[in-house]
Design a protein around this ligand. Structure first.
Ligand SMILES: [Zn+2]
Length: 718
C-alpha cells in the first residue's frame, strides 16, 4: 500500500528548531496552500470536534473482536514460529490501513523451557510427582493447543536439586529477614513462596541470597483462586492448576541481557552471559493444588498469621527433616531473532515532532489479555487514523504505532528501540502512550508523568464511558473524587514492568499508561489467557476495548494537533513536593537522618515551588495562544520538550546508570512499584545524608533549567 500521506500533499514541513536561548527574529511563515481535498479544507487540523467525532466513529466492537480472534489464535512466545507469524499479521494489518511500516529486527538472549519436574519425597513411601501443567478446560478448545508450554519462569537456572522445605510467604526482602530473625536457615533448602507482594524476579534474587538451592513460586487461592471467586471456566479466577509464568531477571537495566545501552543488532558487541547476573538456581511456578501437596506435609512451627494463605492447611515455616522436595529444571538460553513492528503516519505541519503509542505483541501463551487487550486497541487506533488519512486528513504531527517484541522476557523490544533510536527520539518524541493489557474492564485509569495530565483529561472528556453512553470517560474517572483541580485528573505513578520504561526512565520522554479494569478474575500469564476467558470475564461486547481505542485516538489527537503542545511542566512542582514529603517520612524513621526533616529536602521543595510560581502563568498564556505560525510554535514546543529532557540532562545519579531520569525509576527491591525522585530515594536507601544533600543539588539544577526554558518559551509568544 502507498503511504497515507500520498492521499494529501503535506503542508510545507517546518524544520525542527531547537529551543536555543539566543534572542532571534522569528519569521512569520505563510503556509503553502496545499491542494486539499474538500473534507480536509472544511476541517482544518484545529477542528477538534470534527476529529474527535470521526475518531470516535471509526473503531467498532466488531473490528476489535475480529482482531482479537486473529491475534489470539495461537500461542506466540517471543522468538517462536508463532511469534514470527504474529509479527507478519501485525505488519499486514498496519499496511492494509495505508501506514508506512518499518520492522526493527532484534537479536536478543532469550530463555526457553526444555524439561521440568517436581517430586515430593515423603519420609516414607513413594515419591509423589506434582503437576506443573495446565490441563485443557471444557468449552475452551484453545487450552488444548499443542504449542502451549508447561509452567516455567524465563531465565530460571538449570539444575536438579533436592532439599528440605522452607515457606517464605511472598519471598520479599522483609520475609527473608523475618526467617533469619527466627533462626531459619535457608541454605541448601528448597524455598516455596506465593506470588504477590513484589515482582517475581526479586523472590528469586532474595532466595539465592539466602542460600536456597531452588525456588517454587505458586499461585495461592487467596491471591487468585477460590478465595476470590469461582475458578475458570465457571468464573474468572485461577483454578487448581492455573500457573503464572513470567521472567525473573533483576538486572540493573531492562532489555536484552547481553546488550545494555546499545541496540541488540545482529553483530552487536555482546556481554559474556557468564558475566551477567542472571538467576542461577532452578525456579518452578505451579498452581495451588500442587503447592498444597507440599505445604500440607510440612511439620515445623506454624507461620505467622499474616503469612497464612487460602489453602485448607496450617502454613508452616519449615517442612521438617522427613519432607524433601526434588526440583529439576532444564532450560536453554540462546540468541533469538524477533521484531518490533512500527507503523507511521507522517505529520503534515510538524513531521519532526512525534507522538508514539505502543503495546507489546509477544505472550506466554495466547495472550488474549496480556498483551492483546491492549494491542487490539493500538491496532484499531492505527486503523482509525489510517482511515482518516485516506480521506485526506493528515495529522499535524507524526504518529507512530509500535508493536513491541519480547516484552515478557524483560521489556526487550521497546528497550532496544529506544537504544537504537535514542538520538531521534530525544530530539523529536513528544510523548509515549503504553497500552499493555489496557482493556480489562469498563473503568478507566491512567498513570504517567504529571505534565501529560491535561492532555489525558481533555481526551477523556471527548470519549463515551464504556457501557454508559450518556457519560464521558472523564465523568466516570473523576467520580466523586474531591479533586483540587476538577478539570484535570492527576495521573498515578507508572512504576516499572512494561514498555514505557525506556521512554520515561531512560530518555525522559513523558509517558502515560492506560488501563481499564473492574472485571472479576485473572488469567495472568497462564495457558487459560484465551479469547474464551476474556469474553467470559471482561465481556464479549468489546466496550472496554472500544473505550481504550477511543481514548488512544483522543489522547494522540490532543498531542498531535494543537500548535502548542499541551505539556504542562508546572505540574512537576506539586508532584515533587509530594514525593519529597514521602521521602521525609522515610528519613524521619532512619537513625542516620534523625527525626528532623533534612534541609536538602526543603531545598528541593523550595526550588519546585519557585518554578511553579514562574511557570504557571506562562503555561496559561501558552494554552491560550492561538494563530501561532508553525515555526514559532515549533520553537516554543522545543522548549517544552527540553524541560522534560532536563530530567535526564542535569545529571542525576540513581545508582543504576541506565535509569537516567531524576523523576522516576522502578523500585530497586520490588520491581513493579515506582521510585519517584530515584536519586534521592537511592541516597536515603543508603542511609547517607551527605549523598542526599549532593543529589538535592541536581533537583535544584533541574528546576533552575526548567525555569529558564519556560521563561524562554514565554518570551517566544507574540
Ligand atoms: Zn504485557
Amino acid at each position: 500500500m502507498q503511504p497515507a500521506r500520498t492521499a494529501l500533499p503535506p503542508l510545507r514541513s517546518i524544520r525542527y528548531r531547537a529551543c536555543d536561548m539566543k534572542p532571534k527574529f522569528i519569521p512569520i511563515l505563510i503556509l503553502a496552500a496545499a491542494s486539499c481535498l474538500a473534507s480536509a479544507q472544511e476541517h482544518q487540523p484545529t477542528d477538534a470536534d470534527f476529529f474527535a467525532e470521526a475518531l470516535n466513529q471509526t473503531p467498532t466492537p466488531q473490528s476489535l473482536s475480529a482482531l482479537h480472534e486473529q491475534l489470539a489464535g495461537e500461542p506466540h512466545i517471543a522468538g517462536t514460529p508463532g511469534d514470527q507469524r504474529t509479527i507478519e499479521r501485525i505488519a499486514a494489518l498496519f499496511e492494509s490501513y495505508g501506514l508506512v511500516v518499518r520492522r526493527q529486527p532484534i537479536w536478543a538472549y532469550l530463555s526457553y523451557p526444555v524439561s521440568a519436574g517436581v517430586q515430593v519425597l515423603p519420609g516414607r513411601g513413594e515419591p509423589i510427582e506434582l503437576s506443573i501443567a495446565e490441563p485443557p478446560v471444557e468449552g475452551d478448545p484453545h487450552t488444548a493447543h499443542p504449542d502451549l508450554t508447561f509452567g516455567w519462569n524465563g531465565y530460571a537456572g538449570t539444575g536438579d536439586v533436592t532439599g528440605q522445605v522452607v515457606y517464605a510467604n511472598f519471598a520479599r526482602i522483609e520475609d527473608f529477614q523475618a526467617l533469619a530473625d527466627a533462626g531459619v536457615d535457608c541454605r541448601g533448602k528448597i524455598v516455596i513462596a506465593r506470588y504477590g507482594g513484589n515482582y517475581r524476579g526479586f523472590k528469586v534474587r532474595f532466595a539465592e541470597q539466602a542460600g536456597a538451592v531452588g525456588l517454587i513460586i505458586y499461585t495461592d487461592p487467596a491471591d487468585s483462586g477460590y478465595v476470590r471467586g469461582l475458578p475458570y471456566p465457571q468464573g474468572g479466577w485461577a483454578g487448581p492448576h492455573s500457573i503464572q509464568r513470567g521472567s525473573i531477571t533483576t538486572l540493573d537495566y531492562p532489555g536484552d541481557p547481553l546488550t545494555p545501552f546499545v541496540p541488540a543488532v545482529e553483530d552487536a558487541v555482546r556481554l559474556d552471559p557468564e558475566e551477567v547476573a542472571l538467576p542461577h538456581i532452578p525456579v518452578q511456578p505451579m498452581g495451588w493444588q500442587s503447592a498444597h501437596e507440599i505445604l500440607s506435609r510440612m511439620e515445623g512451627q506454624p507461620a505467622p498469621r499474616s503469612w497464612q494463605g487460602g489453602l485448607p492447611t496450617t502454613y508452616r515455616i519449615q517442612g521438617g527433616p522427613d519432607l524433601r522436595v526434588r526440583l529439576k529444571v532444564e532450560q536453554q538460553r540462546r540468541i533469538v531473532r524477533t521484531e518490533n513492528v512500527i507503523a507511521e503516519i507522517r505529520g503534515s505541519t510538524w513531521p519532526d515532532e512525534i507522538i508514539l503509542a505502543g503495546c507489546h505483541h509477544d505472550a506466554w501463551g495466547f495472550g488474549a489479555a496480556d498483551p492483546l487487550a491492549g494491542l487490539i486497541c493500538l491496532i484499531e487506533s492505527a486503523r482509525s487514523f489510517g482511515a482518516l488519512a485516506q480521506e485526506g486528513w493528515v495529522p499535524a504531527r507524526t504518529i507512530r504505532f509500535a508493536a513491541w517484541a519480547a516484552e515478557e522476557h524483560g521489556i526487550i523490544g521497546s528497550t532496544e528501540y529506544v537504544e537504537q533510536f535514542s538520538e531521534e527520539l530525544t530530539q523529536s518524541a513528544v510523548a509515549y502512550i503504553n497500552l499493555d493489557m489496557a482493556a480489562m474492564g469498563p473503568y478507566f485509569g491512567a498513570a504517567g508523568e504529571p505534565s501529560l495530565a491535561p492532555a489525558v483529561s481533555a481526551a477523556a472528556r471527548t470519549v463515551p464511558q464504556a457501557r454508559e453512553p450518556g457519560r464521558s470517560v472523564f465523568q466516570h474517572w473523576a467520580g466523586d473524587m474531591p479533586a483540587s483541580d476538577p478539570k484535570v485528573m492527576s495521573l498515578s505513578e507508572l512504576g516499572g514492568g512494561s514498555d514505557h520504561i525506556g521512554f520515561n526512565a531512560h530518555l525522559c520522554i513523558p509517558s502515560a499508561g492506560f488501563h481499564a479494569g473492574g472485571s472479576e478474575g485473572t488469567s495472568y500469564h497462564s495457558n487459560y489467557d484465551t479469547v474464551a476467558w476474556y469474553r467470559k470475564v471482561v465481556g464479549d461486547d468489546y466496550e472496554p476495548a472500544l473505550m481504550i481505542t477511543r481514548m488512544t485516538n483522543a489522547a494522540i489527537t490532543q498531542l498531535a494537533q494543537p500548535a502548542i503542545l499541551p505539556l504542562d511542566p508546572s505540574r512537576y512542582a506539586q508532584a515533587v513536593r509530594n514525593y519529597v514529603d514521602q521521602i521525609a517520612d522515610i528519613t524521619s524513621a532512619s537513625p542516620a537522618f534523625g527525626p528532623n526533616r533534612p534541609i536538602a529536602l526543603d531545598r528541593v521543595a523550595t526550588s519546585a515551588e519557585l518554578f511553579r510560581l514562574h511557570a504557571e502563568p506562562i503555561v496559561r498564556r501558552l494554552a491560550a495562544a492561538d494563530d501561532l505560525d508553525p515555526q514559532r510554535a515549533a520553537a516554543i514546543n522545543a522548549c517544552l520538550m527540553q524541560i522534560e529532557r532536563a530530567w535526564c540532562d542535569v545529571g542525576f545519579e540513581t545508582g543504576r546508570s541506565w535509569y537516567r531520569s531524576g523523576f522516576t525509576a522502578p523500585d530497586q527491591s520490588s520491581g513493579y512499584a515506582a521510585w519517584m525522585l530515584p536519586a534521592l530515594r537511592h541516597a536515603v536507601s543508603l542511609d547517607d545524608p551527605d549523598l542526599l544533600d549532593e543529589r538535592a543539588n541536581a533537583c535544584e539544577r533541574f528546576f533552575a533549567r526548567a525555569t529558564e526554558l519556560i521563561e524562554h518559551a514565554g518570551r517566544l509568544l507574540p
